[in-house]
Design a protein around this ligand. Structure first.
Ligand code: FAD
Length: 431
């Protein structure tokens, strides 16, 4: 079982919808508790080379923080957390890019935590660890590691290319559409799957949540912000110059702007994945007059063109990479009776400015199992229902808070980091 110990419980069939990071993590937690786990995923297996890469619709890399690492650590799979730590790059702070009044480029580092030197002297006095960092990780690499771990567990079955189309949570049945070959043609057929417990981890546009709404009086709030995002790549230095990083790999780089911002996160191949966040009408304007993209970058994101990205690559990536929306979802309750719960983006999609969407989803899994399900007789529906009731009540205020913080951090990242008040506060803190 790939380094995992198996633990307790009567056999219960847990169906998980979605094999993204949260669904895969939930599968590991359920399987370790002895459930018979079946995971149904809409896409093909992302470990196969023929499958559309995740970055077609999702960010290439992301920041994993202690919130997510804690869930991975407690998964009981030491190989998993060690592999993920080895794959990731620590980012100890932000690096704010700009230019001074003479037009010279400036870079100012803002560390996230008290320095490492302090750690050595203070950890003996306090259990708090200093010098903490968030870590950049490749999204697909993380997801593949989780799927490998699941595949090695004897009580887990993975079903790719299966799309949830309906569910009856009272009678504990779900329906999935799957394409089967019939007379040399692919035909969509529907299969029925029975379950004891279903976990919906099928993302921001969750079909599980949609069907759950027919069974509970769900309060639901969805907001699209007026900002879109588009990805770019800063390549490594050429081989003849050493092939290394063009910027410090241990920072999250930010070029702030009032209405927009550009950020860069390191990858292990010495490139950076960058994201431009910009109001939708400005994306449309630049798309309609592509010749303006380069001067726009030169004016607002000093130093990016041409030393980090060539003008040609910038034009090409702006035109070819998708300009994608950002949605925030709040809802409650997250469950129905003893038979269904939604986790991750399905329950609380948030804008990405706090870097906590996936981290909060991984934390959902840990909190649900460790704090609520483990304390109950999982096989007893009445006990499980009270555990799920308690989970919704406990988790909702925290998730609303982090969702709101993510929205507020947009202002902080694009302009707060350069405000006089912010810089004064940092100056005082560092003394
Ligand atoms: P998803 O990753 O969306 O996975 C859901 C899975 O369900 C998918 O595999 C999907 O194919 C499948 N599915 C969907 N519908 C069905 C269906 N009907 N039937 C079966 N399967 C289905 N978070 C961080 O913590 N740190 C970051 O730095 C960060 N950066 C981000 C940057 C950007 C630009 C964006 C947009 C988001 C970022 N996030 C970040 C948020 C993070 O991407 C999400 O919170 C995370 O992917 C949620 O994981 P999930 O497993 O809940 O959902």
């Amino acid at each position: 079982m790939a380094g995992c110990e198996k633990t307790r419980q009567k056999t219960q069939k847990t169906v998980i919808v979605g094999a993204g990071p949260v669904g895969a993590m939930a599968g590991i937690y359920a399987a370790r508790r002895g459930h018979e786990v079946e995971i149904y995923e809409l896409r093909g297996d992302l470990r196969l080379p023929s499958i559309t890469p995740l970055n077609f619709t999702r960010s290439i890399n992301l920041a994993i923080s202690e919130r997510g690492l804690h869930a991975l650590r407690n998964s009981g799979c030491p190989g998993l957390i060690n592999g993920i730590l080895a794959d990731s790059i620590p980012m100890h702070g932000r690096m704010i890019h700009g230019s001074d009044s003479s037009g010279s480029l400036t870079q100012k580092a803002q560390v996230y935590d008290v320095h490492g030197e302090v750690e050595e002297t203070l950890t003996t006095l306090s259990p708090v660890t200093f010098g903490q960092a968030i870590r950049a990780i490749d999204r697909a690499g993380l997801n593949k590691r989780l799927l490998d771990e699941l595949e090695a567990m004897p009580n887990v079955k993975l079903f790719f290319n299966h799309k949830l189309t309906g569910a009856d949570f009272r009678n504990k049945a779900a329906w999935f559409e799957v394409e089967k070959e019939h007379d040399d043609k692919l035909r969509a057929i529907e299969i029925e799957v029975q379950f004891d417990f279903l976990i919906g981890a099928d993302g921001a546009h969750s079909a599980t949540r949609y069907h759950l709404m027919k069974f509970v009086r769900m309060t639901y709030h969805q907001t699209y912000i007026d900002t879109l995002w588009c990805e770019f790549t800063i390549p490594p230095l050429p081989k003849e110059e050493g092939g290394g990083y063009r910027l410090s790999p241990n920072h999250l780089h930010i070029w702030p702007g009032k209405r927009f911002m550009f950020i860069a996160i390191p990858s292990r191949n010495h490139s950076f994945t960058c994201t431009l966040f910009l109001p939708s009408h400005e994306f449309s304007y630049l798309s309609s007059i592509p010749i303006l993209v380069e001067p726009f970058f030169k004016q607002h994101f000093p130093g990016v063109i041409p030393s980090l990205i060539t003008p040609e690559a910038l034009q090409q990536q702006f035109a070819q990479n998708p300009h994608l929306p950002l949605v925030s979802v709040k809802c409650t309750p997250y469950h129905y009776a003893a038979s269904c719960v939604i986790l991750g983006d399905a329950a609380h999609a948030m804008v990405p400015f706090y870097g906590q969407g996936m981290n909060a989803g991984l934390e959902d899994v840990r909190v649900l199992f460790e704090q609520f399900l483990d304390a109950t007789d999982f096989a007893d529906p009445a006990a499980r229902e009270s555990a799920l009731d308690a989970y919704t009540k406990h988790r909702y205020p925290d998730l609303v808070a982090i969702n709101d913080l993510a929205m507020k951090n947009y202002d902080e990242m694009r302009s707060g980091v350069t405000s006089r008040l912010y810089l004064f506060r940092k100056w005082v803190e560092e003394r």
